[in-house]
Write a protein that binds this ligand. Structure first.
Ligand code: WQD
Length: 343
């Protein structure tokens, strides 16, 4: 029987490459589209090595409608799209809002328009817990009201959710699922793919692993005077492989017509809130090393705490986070050691 094919836009990125692996493991064919503006062909080579499949990869900018049409939609048969292609650095989005609105909105609108024209029905959109802002109540459910985003990056996620909702209403046959993920961390157990931040890492875990590898002198903990048990911020850190598997269950739900609404939203988190200082302690413990860190002033724009209530994804989607924080932090360190040739 012919395999279902899934287009993964931004598929050379951190989440995209891990999702490509899990899609192939689940029996789907995959086509990757990426402009490599914030990713690397090595990630695609890693996907090919892990799966043993020579995954087709098209270098294309999703903002270039004609190129996207001719190089991807006219060339490949797929009924489903998982859309990751977007700029995602919160801080940079504050300095360069137009880059973020232009790139993240244009690429998404092009995907939707081409899916409508080519009658490709199913899309999973990579959304983010950032749409909740600083929640009044924890843990957050899908009914927790969205709040004005703290950054242009976060605002593009809110706007793309609305573009998806309105497009599904307007265009016959289109179905979509928005996955609001929390903080993705870790790497594939093979250590052949993982997070590849360019320049100084903005996110906590890559900064930790680069400090442990000696690339960074000292990790700064941005504030220990927050109203939390140990004073540091709390997040829901979700393993990247678990997150990738959530995308497979979401696309399968639509391919098999099990979605209850044409547009659905799911929180993809562990349901476990972990503080920065707890995560640092855990990283040192499971990897048997001492991390050089200091307490520094708060970072502008950080929220105090957010973690998911994943009940809906567990029950409705049939997905649950499986990997422990220990396993995830070991995988993160193994990946960094692989990258730097550390034994
Ligand atoms: C986590 C905690 C920092 C670095 C962002 C986006 C979100 C999602 C994940 C894409 C915070 C602290 C960090 C450091 C630190 N991205 N920290 N020292 O800001 O929760 O979420 O990335 O979808 O949309 O907003 O993640 O890893 O940057 O920070 O103390 O060097 O670690 O203050 O409390 P964040 P993060």
């Amino acid at each position: 029987m012919k395999k279902e094919c899934v287009l993964v836009s931004g598929g050379a990125g951190y989440i995209g490459s891990h999702t490509a692996v899990e899609l192939i493991n689940a029996g789907y064919d995959v086509v990757i589209a990426d402009n490599f503006s914030n990713s690397d062909i090595h990630a695609v080579e890693g996907v090919r090595k892990i799966t043993g499949v020579d995954v087709p990869c098209v270098e294309v900018d999703c903002c270039d409608m004609e190129a996207f049409r001719s190089k991807v939609f006219e060339k490949y048969e797929f009924n489903s799209v998982i859309h990751f292609a977007a700029s995602k650095a919160v801080g940079e989005s504050v300095e360069k809002p137009l880059k973020y609105y232009r790139n993240n909105l244009t690429s998404f609108m092009n995907v939707i328009e081409l899916m409508r024209d080519f009658k490709r029905p199913n899309i999973v959109f990579s959304s983010s817990c950032t749409v909740y802002g600083e929640p009044d109540k924890q843990p957050v459910t899908e009914q927790t009201p969205r709040k004005p985003a703290e950054s242009p990056y976060g605002n593009t996620k809110t706007m793309c959710e609305d573009i998806l909702r309105d497009s599904i209403k307007a265009y016959e046959g289109l179905k979509g699922i928005a996955l609001r993920y929390f903080n993705p961390i870790g790497a594939h157990p093979s250590a052949l793919i993982g997070e590849l931040p360019r320049g100084v890492p903005q996110n906590l875990v890559p900064y930790i692993t680069q400090t442990a590898a000696g690339l960074r002198e000292c990790l700064s903990v941005f504030g220990d005077d927050y109203p939390t048990p140990d004073g540091s911020c709390i997040r829901d850190y979700i393993d990247i492989v678990d997150l990738a598997k959530a995308h497979v269950t979401a696309i399968r739900r639509m391919i098999e017509n099990r979605n209850k609404e044409a547009y659905e939203i799911f929180n993809i988190g562990t349901g476990r809130g972990v503080s920065v200082l707890e995560l640092i302690r855990k990283f040192q413990e499971v990897n048997h090393l001492k991390l050089n860190y200091k307490i520094a002033p708060r970072r502008a724009g950080d929220i105090i705490a957010i973690w998911a209530d994943p009940t809906r994804a567990n029950n409705e989607l049939g997905w649950k986070a499986e990997r422990t924080l220990d396993e995830t932090l070991v995988s993160a360190w193994n990946w960094e050691k692989h990258l730097r040739g550390i034994k």
